[in-house]
Ligand binder design. Structure first.
Ligand SMILES: Nc1nc2c(c(=O)[nH]1)N[C@H]1C(S)=C(S)[C@@H](COP(=O)(O)OP(=O)(O)OC[C@H]3O[C@@H](n4cnc5c(=O)[nH]c(N)nc54)[C@H](O)[C@@H]3O)O[C@H]1N2
Ligand SMILES: Nc1nc2c(c(=O)[nH]1)N[C@H]1C(S)=C(S)[C@@H](COP(=O)(O)OP(=O)(O)OC[C@H]3O[C@@H](n4cnc5c(=O)[nH]c(N)nc54)[C@H](O)[C@@H]3O)O[C@H]1N2
Ligand SMILES: [Mo]
Length: 784
């Protein structure tokens, strides 16, 4: 095939029994990280593509790393290399020259693909042609772009707008996200679930009513200036590696770092900066001063205890701890809060947190002394029934000491996907605000619907009920990402048409709707130059509200790929016809036209086209940070007073949290090793404290089935290996997405509806067919 520049590889089936367990590491990054980064790049894409893309990552005229949403400096100079091991792996995955051609799809019918792991599917490479499978067919076959668009249009025209669902994964750039929501709303639905629903939704839900903005309030520079940083429920060594450099910088400036986590994650202990020669050789620097090994779900109890202790100290020495002026001028609800924190039940606090009173008191002393504190958090506290309340307790602590709108202080939810925050800013939301819809209507002459749409959990329910005729997915892999895998897959299969705008094969293509279409698209590192005015760029927003350009330069692996904005505009043209009020083509030809129109709809993007071309882009307005103002309903920041809640497993059960390994990007696997945790060659493991083995009726290394319980219903996942590991007592851990089958779809965070991925009650049933025990270097002796 002359217009495909890639190679097909036969990816060997992987033996998941190669599991080897060794000591967990105590430091992250270092020389090994650089080595792994280059090795993966060379394996996937060859030397020239690897080097060309790596050095352009996160540079002013370069490509935004498709890994995480951690920011780069916008004040000082950028380093020559602004990427990390895992960013390099994300690039290698996308830059690969392996291809899944029509021949590949022909060779692999659905009955074969169904048996394959996600790892195998992803390693097959980039999809090169639009593909379709119709009811009764055994495999996908090629379809022309025009026929694909016409088929999608027929299905959309034949159904009610609210029987269609438009899912977005957070890698989608701003302009693309804007076009996509415009399309859904022109059609007449707000069914715009996104990966944020499964991720930081609890953060937005807690922040909006309390501080008037659903995002973080700090800049990168604030983190370096902070006197105290809490890192709660986050594994930065793996998921935000460049954050380790920032934490180390804060400590060098005299700041302190407190990590709160059930697992002693390598990156939370020590860090070897791979970007300095010293960092490569030495033992590395410490990243945290204190480590609180909390029980899963115990954070709200910890934060209530810290609030209680701060108020006690203030009562002893008035005017030294609490920022009375700020509370008086800018907040509501302090009296009720301090009343509720007057007394503390220490026995219950110790039970909920698994911490000793003295540990909590020591950290409270640090907090009381700090004049500039930042709380960073991620999924360790967003995916539990009481997540919203837990995050509101963080806000209470920040408000008590006036930690908004001053240098080195604030709230820092650390976002995941590289543009998940931008997608929301630019309109992907099932619950849009009225003022946004009014501006959208005025700009485009449409009547956007006002009814709220489905979030990701509700979308799964709707699909399972048979209430969805068309499901479109802009990136992502909902079959694997969502909870309750069996229900999710059954729902997808019930849907009339599933449309996947994707770069690589994944499970959602395999458990498809009655008809299913795959639209292969350019990735972020690919050159997007088939436009009348030449090459185009897109933009993204990072975790700290900075909007900047991203532009790929690599030759795409196939001439049949379309850029996402082009492909969306052509679907819209097929649905609405050539005389629609919206000139879709003009926007697809020249992305400046999209940005012009955005600048009249999305607040804070005035003069978008000029400002996005500034060297480092521009920063979106952030009232708490910029002016110490809070755009809540009351016009003031709000203290919250909520009942204490924590996770108490039923008799004979433990609490399971699901998390990422060092070798994956969400549902995409780079490999089967979790280097820092000492686990290699396999992923079906349960990490358990050695002292919990006996009571749970299992041995180290034993093969078990895992059974979860929720509301009297059980779920089962087979063949996991028990691994003794220094996790908090009573709390076990497994990898996502293997464990998603155990998460009942009604187990969600209240208010945000985020699946309870870190709150699953489980027990273990030893298997009798265990023939090949894993190579276990007993951690029972090391840590017992
Ligand atoms: N390389 C790589 N980078 C990524 C991703 C990836 O898959 N790979 N994913 C991206 C995405 S979309 C996201 S959202 C982020 C996710 O970034 P993280 O939030 O770091 O992701 P998880 O692996 O889910 O890790 C959760 C952490 O919380 C801890 N934890 C679990 N339960 C609790 C609890 O009850 N209390 C506390 N205090 N801690 C708890 C776990 O031990 C673990 O350290 O990373 C982004 N970056
Ligand atoms: N148990 C459990 N489940 C979880 C979580 C957890 O912690 N535990 N975390 C949740 C979180 S935080 C998130 S964000 C979700 C993630 O949910 P998703 O965002 O849906 O999943 P991803 O694995 O990131 O999506 C990967 C797919 O995106 C496609 N892709 C990659 N790059 C591009 C591109 O440039 N363009 C297009 N169009 N497609 C592309 C590829 O086909 C790839 O297969 O999972 C959630 N699920
Ligand atoms: Mo995420």
């Amino acid at each position: 095939m002359s217009n495909v520049r890639g190679r097909r590889v036969e990816f060997d089936d992987i033996d998941e029994n190669d599991l080897v367990i060794s000591e967990p590491k105590t430091a992250a990054a270092g020389l090994k990280a650089v080595e792994v980064a280059f090795e993966r790049g060379l394996k996937q894409g060859g030397a020239s593509r690897t080097v060309r893309s790596m050095f352009r990552v996160n540079q002013p005229d370069g490509v935004d790393c498709p890994g995480c949403a951690w920011p780069e400096s916008i004040t000082g100079d950028r380093k020559k290399i602004e990427f990390c091991e895992n960013g390099a792996k994300a690039l290698a995955e996308e830059n690969t020259t392996r291809v899944a051609t029509p021949g590949w799809w022909e060779q692999h019918p659905i009955s074969v693909l169904e048996q394959k792991t996600e790892y195998w599917l992803g390693q097959s490479g980039r999809i090169t042609h639009p593909m379709i499978i119709r009811e009764g067919e055994s495999h996908y076959s090629p379809i022309s772009w025009a026929d694909a668009f016409e088929t999608i249009a027929e299905h959309l025209r034949a159904t009610e707008p609210d029987r269609s669902v438009f899912y977005t994964s957070g890698r989608t750039p701003n302009e693309t996200a804007f076009l996509y929501q415009l399309f859904a709303r022109s059609l007449g639905t707000n069914n715009l679930p996104d990966c944020s629903n499964m991720c930081h939704e609890s953060s937005g839900t807690a922040l909006s009513p309390t501080i008037g903005i659903g995002k973080g309030t700090v800049s990168l520079e604030d983190l370096e200036k902070a006197e105290l940083i809490f890192v709660v429920g986050q594994n930065p060594g793996t998921n935000h590696p460049r954050m380790l450099g920032t934490l180390a910088a804060c400590r060098r400036n005299g700041g302190k770092v407190v990590a709160v986590n059930p697992l002693p994650e390598a990156g939370l202990l020590r860090f070897k900066d791979p970007q300095t020669p010293k960092g490569l050789l030495a033992d590395g620097e410490r990243t945290s001063d204190e480590f609180l090994q909390i029980r899963v779900g115990g954070d709200q109890a910890l934060f209530q205890a810290l609030g209680h202790l701060l108020l006690r100290k203030e009562a002893e020495t008035p005017g030294t701890v609490v920022d009375r002026d700020f509370i008086e001028s800018s907040t509501d609800g302090f009296a009720a809060y301090s009343e509720a924190r007057q007394e503390l039940n220490w026995a219950e606090t110790e039970l909920a947190t698994g911490l000793e009173r003295a540990e909590i008191e020591h950290v409270a002393d640090l907090l009381a002394k700090s004049r500039a504190t930042i709380f960073c958090w991620a999924l360790g506290i967003t995916q539990q029934p009481h997540s919203v309340d837990t995050i509101k307790e963080i806000i209470n602590l920040l408000l008590l000491q006036g930690n908004f709108g001053k240098p080195g202080a604030g709230a820092c939810p650390v976002r995941g996907h590289s543009n998940v925050q931008g997608d929301r800013t630019f309109g992907i939301w099932e619950k849009p605000k009225e003022d946004f819809l009014q501006r959208l209507d005025a700009e485009f002459g449409i009547n956007a619907p006002r009814r709220h749409g489905y979030d990701s959990t509700e979308a799964m329910h709707a699909m399972a009920r048979g209430d969805v005729d068309v499901f479109m997915s802009l990136g992502g892999n909902l079959a694997m990402a969502n909870s309750d895998t069996a229900a999710m897959e059954a729902g997808l299969k019930r849907t009339g048409l599933t449309v996947h705008i994707s770069t690589k094969p994944n499970r959602s293509h395999v458990v498809h709707g009655k008809t299913s279409i795959i639209l292969p698209t350019l990735g972020r590192t690919d050159k997007d130059d088939k436009h009348p005015g030449g090459a185009q760029f897109l933009s993204v927003e990072n975790s700290m509200s900075v909007v900047s350009r991203t532009q790929g330069r690599l030759e795409p692996v196939s001439d049949h790929l379309l850029a996402e904005p082009v492909l969306l505009a052509r679907i819209a043209e097929a649905v609405f016809g050539p005389d629609h009020v919206i000139d879709w083509r003009a926007m697809a030809e020249d992305y400046d036209v999209i940005r012009d129109r955005i600048s009249r709809v999305v607040e804070g993007t005035e003069d978008f086209n000029r400002r996005v071309r500034d060297k480092y882009g521009f920063v979106l307005p952030n009232p708490p940070r910029d002016t110490r103002t809070f755009a809540t309903a009351e016009g003031r920041a709000q203290f919250s007073t909520r009942e204490l809640e924590y996770l108490l497993p039923p008799e004979g059960h433990l609490v399971l949290q699901t998390m990422r390994s060092h070798d994956q990007y969400n549902t995409t696997f780079y490999g089967l090793d979790d280097r820092y945790r000492g686990i290699s060659g396999g992923r079906r493991v349960i990490l358990i404290n050695p002292a919990d083995l006996g009571p749970a009726g299992v041995d180290d290394g034993q093969l078990v089935d895992v059974v979860s319980v929720f509301n009297g219903e059980e779920r089962r996942a087979e063949k996991f290996r028990m691994v003794a590991y220094p996790t908090a007592r009573g709390c076990v851990a497994a990898y996502y997405p293997e464990a998603n089958a155990l998460v009942h779809r009604d187990l969600v965070a209240r208010e945000s509806n985020t699946p309870g991925f870190k709150a699953v009650m489980v027990r273990f049933e030893p298997r009798t067919d265990d023939e090949e025990p894993a190579e276990i270097h007993s951690l029972v002796d090391a840590h017992g």
